[in-house]
Design a protein around this ligand. Structure first.
Ligand code: 3PG
Length: 388
């Protein structure tokens, strides 16, 4: 494989925004995904300093649980290398970088601990860049953010893309260029409509089916005049949902919403659940999952398709009582002969909770919001800088 860089002091921007619960990393996919680039750089004699964000900390009141310090050990175990930790503004940063070798990397503190990161601050970027020879960007999952390490830094260092970026683009770009096998189904779940509008509009002319589940389906149901009780939805997006439904009615793609749902009266402890048609939901119900008829409709659409894109679980998957919808859909996808392309942290989490191997899918993007932005043809500051 071609060297990304040789014998250089490299600043490697990756996405180590890993899901952590009770101090434990729940999913290592994003750490595994940086392996090819990391190996390439180390094998080519580079001194590698890794940087990333973790969570959304307040720089004025930094939450120590979001320190990347804790991730050093995880890197050491996974890559069998030494990992030293450093604050970005440490006075001995240059010495630490000099001490690196193919068996030792440096991990910088959470970029978002510093105000300059979110502000895309040129002074912060310039100071950070001053310690390195070259910059390698391999953080697809945050390529849609205009931060110092995803945008301004490119103005201060010779830059290159990593192998993860190449892999993401290789798998996602054909979907934009229409280079996929038809019919196409797009499955969207999760809470927010806003982040998915672009994808819906982009694929409304290309897909045969657009399947909507999760809390965002509640907003669509409400927009259609259905009672959704106390279910999570976005009041401010009712008109957006109406607009999408109108556009969908004028196009070929069938936008399929739940026809039946799983409900509970107690969201915190849903011991009693009921399956209801969407017209039977009462004012004291919470919708927590898609029902069996909807699962069937979604499975039929999937089985009629040759390419399936998915982002976001179709139910409140964290509760065992409402995992069934997503689990059934991911099981169908895992047994599908066509091309299955999924993305999003919740999607990965939900597939794991469903007991399904991630290897059963053709491609799982490391990006959630980033994948959606890419598929909506939105500008991605880091990709623009890399001329991708
Ligand atoms: C993600 O988890 O989607 C990325 O790490 C981006 O995180 P952000 O939404 O906090 O910018």
């Amino acid at each position: 494989m071609q060297a990304i860089a040789k014998n250089k002091k490299i600043l490697l921007r990756v996405d180590l925004n890993l899901p952590i619960k009770n101090g434990k990393v729940k999913d290592l996919s994003r750490l595994i995904a940086i392996g090819p680039t990391l190996h390439n750089l180390l094998e080519n004699g580079c001194k590698v300093t890794i940087c990333s964000h973790l969570g959304r900390p307040d720089p004025d009141n930094f939450d120590q649980n979001l320190s990347l310090k804790h991730i050093c050990q995880v890197i050491e175990q996974m890559y069998k290398i030494e990992c030293e930790f450093s604050e970005i503004d440490a006075t001995d940063l240059d010495q630490k970088i000099e001490s690196l070798n193919p068996k030792k990397v440096l991990l910088l503190e959470n970029l978002r601990k510093y105000k300059g990161e979110k502000k895309d601050d040129p002074a912060f970027s310039k100071e950070l860049a001053s310690h390195f020879d070259e910059f390698v960007f391999d953080a697809f999952a945050v390529a849609h953010r205009k931060n110092a390490s995803t945008h301004e830094i490119f103005n201060h260092l010779k830059s290159n893309k990593g192998i993860l970026i190449e892999r993401e683009i290789k798998n996602l770009k054909p979907l934009l260029k229409g280079e996929f096998e038809n019919p196409l189904t797009v499955i969207l779940g999760g809470k927010k409509i806003e982040t998915k509008i672009g994808v819906i509009l982009n694929f409304i002319t290309k897909a045969k089916f657009i399947l909507i589940g999760g809390a965002m389906a509640n907003t669509f149901l409400k927009a259609q005049g259905f009672e959704i009780g106390k279910s999570v939805y976005e009041e401010s997006k009712i008109n957006t949902a109406k607009g999408i439904l109108k556009i969908a009615s004028e196009h070929e793609a069938q936008l399929i919403l739940p026809s039946d749902v799983v409900t509970t009266k107690d969201l915190k402890d849903p011991k009693i659940i009921e399956v209801k048609s969407v017209s039977e939901v009462k004012s004291n119900d919470y919708i927590i999952d898609i029902g069996p008829s909807t699962i069937n409709d979604f499975q039929q659409a999937i089985n009629e398709s040759k390419t399936i894109i998915g982002n976001g679980p179709v139910g409140f998957y964290e509760l065992p009582a409402s995992l069934q919808g997503s689990k059934s859909i991911y099981k169908t996808l895992s047994e599908h002969n066509g091309k299955t392309i999924l993305g999003g942290g919740d999607t990965i989490d939900c597939i794991r909770l469903s007991g399904i191997s991630l290897k059963k899918f053709n491609f799982i993007s490391t990006g959630g919001g980033a994948m959606l932005k890419y598929l909506a043809k939105d500008h991605m500051p880091a990709l623009d800088k890399l001329n991708i």
